[in-house]
Design a protein. Structure first.
Length: 253
């Protein structure tokens, strides 16, 4: 069967293969290092997927990858954190569905980048863990931002980093919070009229490829020490924040 026949006017066979392979590789990166795959996948998809479909399609693919990772690490999930984050995320999604005018992209990039760097490298207060109200606020703000910039994983990761979890708890809570966020993104984009049906075959293929990448990445994760994982996680968040900072600053030159 000619796979491209599923998307006669949108995408070619070789692009489908490229996107499937990219999803598998980026899912492996996120599973093994904790973060980074979602941003890389968005960059690659931006070269092939129409801008009007980029964020919703990317969100649904990421929902599949994160949900799979969340399930594999479910026994390490801090459900109190997730509940607070989910409540805030629902409020953020509701607000996003009503917003017509969005902030300039460079303003969002600079603000998010600086906040991430502060969370990761800034002074740690005596109470390092974020309170329940902080979880709610974090869920709301990051979900609101995700509707416009597509990837807020580094910001959510910065918040998870503050909790001082071990490697499996970090992976479990990050994946679960991102799954909640992507489900809400699906609801919002569906409510405003985006049709996922024509993209569903590609999304399914990418999610399946991502499951394979996640499975391999989890095998690698179990072989990495908690201290090494924390170092890689921290460095990855920082690099992604610096990338956002550079993108925001480059708009002024």
């Amino acid at each position: 069967m000619d796979v491209g026949m599923l998307f006669p006017d949108l995408i070619s066979d070789w692009v489908i293969i490229v996107l499937m392979l990219t999803t598998g590789i980026t899912s492996f990166i996120t599973a093994a290092m904790g973060i980074g795959g979602g941003v890389l996948l968005l960059v690659v998809m931006a070269s092939f997927v129409p801008i009007t479909a980029l964020i919703p399609v990317h969100g649904l693919v990421q929902m599949g990858s994160n949900a799979n990772r969340a399930w594999l690490t479910r026994h390490h999930t801090d459900w109190q954190l997730v509940a607070g984050f989910a409540l805030g995320a629902a409020l953020g999604a509701a607000v996003a569905s009503l917003i017509v005018v969005q902030l300039p992209l460079q303003v969002i990039q600079l603000s998010v980048a600086l906040f991430i760097l502060y969370l990761v490298w800034g002074p740690k207060p005596r109470q390092t863990q974020i309170t329940r109200s902080g979880h709610i606020i974090s869920g709301g703000l990051t979900t609101l931002l995700s509707m416009f910039v597509g990837v807020t994983g580094p910001l959510v990761a910065g918040l998870i980093h503050r909790q001082q979890y071990d490697k499996l708890a970090t992976t479990a809570n990050f994946a679960t919070c991102m799954s909640v966020q992507h489900v809400l993104k699906l609801v919002v984009f569906s409510a405003v009229g985006f049709s996922f049906w024509q993209w569903l075959p590609l999304i399914i293929l990418m999610v399946l490829s991502g499951m394979v990448g996640t499975w391999i990445g989890m095998k690698v994760l179990h072989r990495i020490s908690t201290d090494r994982f924390r170092q890689l996680f921290r460095i990855s968040i920082t690099l992604l924040a610096l990338r956002l900072l550079w993108q925001g600053l480059s708009q002024f030159f």
